[in-house]
Write a protein that binds this ligand. Sequence first.
Ligand code: PSU
Ligand code: MN
Length: 314
Amino acid sequence: MPRTAPLAIDEEVAEALHEGRPVVALESSVIPHGLPYPANLALAHDIDSAVRASGAVPARVGVLGGRILVGMTKEHLERFAADPEMPKVSTRDLGIALAGGGAGATTVSSSLVAADLAGIRVFSVAGIGGVHRDAPLTFDISADLVQFTRSRTAVVCAGAKSMLHPQWTVEWLETAGVPVIGYRCDDFPAYFSVSSGVRNPHRLDDLGQIASAALAHWDTGTETSVLVTHPITAADGIPSEDVEAALADATALAARDGITGPAITPYLLKAIARATEGRTAAANRSVLLSTTALAGEFAVRLAEETARREAAAV
Ligand code: PSU
Ligand code: MN
């Protein structure tokens, strides 16, 4: 008998999936590792509300008690928010975390595994992982990118996290056959900043067009994700020079403290936030909410387009 990882699908999520209604999957690393408690909890609730306001159901992924949660209750969110020491669970860690029976905060990569198993077609995160700037020396390339070659999911994001190398990230995605479509934007965004200075390989200005393109992409039989990028609003964006200045200091501190591997992403994000006196905290909130709201809208369009195709097929 083939076995699949045990999922604990939240009732509301299961119902929506069963009825073909729009669902947006979300990661959980950002909860324990992104902000201190209880600001992280309030933000998680606001993100869920943003997805709902767009007409979709949020499905936050995490690991708890030997199962993968797909959709969290208030109690689950509280637990994830209150434990800054919760392990970060990437795809390589997923089986070990499940067998261990404890709790784990899933990254983009492991959350996509769960979205796929649950049949969720839309995922949202403000900044994907990507090729790190020291990758030529360290080989540090996020498992998020590799997972995009294995999950037939649309990933709505505001580009890659600011400390990554945007050009190498976009190059890597091209090599892997992962389309990157800018929604109403020419440039691949840089999370806190409107532009990374690198172009999106494609641009489409209508979510229905993007939904058709994603479905046509999957019709080819490919197993790869489709990235949809849209930047932070200009008013809340931080000029890339300011992010770069904070990043230079943060990177030096990380080297001094010997921070590497999975710890580097949360470390640099926190150091940038400190160096910019909370300006990035406001930008972070803004981009998280706008990205997840857009993902909700996109999930609605994708569900409509899917239903239209199914109706035409019978
Ligand atoms: N936000 C944080 N800390 C994190 C992440 C986000 O405050 O660790 C996670 C995201 O889930 C993303 C991952 O998938 O970082 C990428 O990290 P790495 O470069 O180690 O793959
Ligand atoms: Mn890494």
